[in-house]
Ligand binder design. Structure first.
Ligand SMILES: [Zn+2]
Length: 210
């Protein structure tokens, strides 16, 4: 099963990805995480990526495709995989199709911007242990204090209203052509991101089958 997951920040992609991995034994492939890992490990690729990012440029489609091409050869991909954060553009989607034939389903968790903004700005993280909370959906036991280590929680810079709005604008600009691309292929499954985590999971499982 070859899946692509599309959703704005705070749409609940991570939660649904975990459910999908559990049920269908898929590999989870986040190109963003992979790039960060390579940079952290200081591999040849990581150094290359670091210098590209330092120059303010984006990592090229060819480089990302090369990374995905290698990744999907790994053993854990034998039942299939979920791609998160890739493809980001129609050009990348076309290259992905060249690589794997075509995806089976692209799941788009759709959510109105005002709801997403509320969720984004409700996020809190612990500066000491890295635990994450959400004032609306996953509150800490004591407001503003980390359950794990008792440290005062903070809001990340990109979780403010202004930064959140900018991230959502970027998401729409990039994803709308992508959504249209998969829709035209008949591969798009759009799910209402407001119906609750469990109902979203049920809807996705119903679409993908046993
Ligand atoms: Zn903590």
């Amino acid at each position: 099963m070859k899946l692509v997951l599309i959703g704005a920040p705070a749409a609940g992609k991570g939660t649904q990805a975990r459910k999908l991995i559990e049920k269908y034994h898929l590999a989870y492939i986040s190109t963003g995480d992979m790039l960060r890992e390579e940079v952290a490990k200081g591999t040849e690729l990581g150094l290359k990526v670091k210098s590209i990012m330092a120059s303010g440029s984006l990592v090229s489609d060819d480089l990302i495709i090369a990374i995905v091409k290698e990744r999907i050869k790994a053993d854990d991909c034998k039942n299939g995989f979920i791609l998160d954060g890739f493809p980001r553009t129609v050009v990348q989607a076309e290259k992905l199709d060249e690589l794997i034939g075509s995806v089976d389903t692209t799941i788009y968790i759709k959510c109105p911007d005002d709801v997403l903004l509320k969720r984004i700005t409700a996020r809190q993280t612990c500066p000491k242990c890295g635990a994450t909370y959400n004032k609306i959906s996953v509150p800490s036991k004591v407001a503003g204090i980390c359950d794990v280590c008792g440290t005062k929680l903070v809001q990340r810079k990109d979780d403010t209203i202004e930064a959140g709005k900018a991230r959502l604008a970027t998401f729409h600009q990039q994803s709308e052509p992508l959504v249209a691309y998969y829709k035209a292929q008949g591969k798009l499954f759009e799910v209402d991101g407001l119906m609750g985590l469990d109902n979203i999971t049920k809807a996705i499982f119903a679409r993908l089958g046993e």
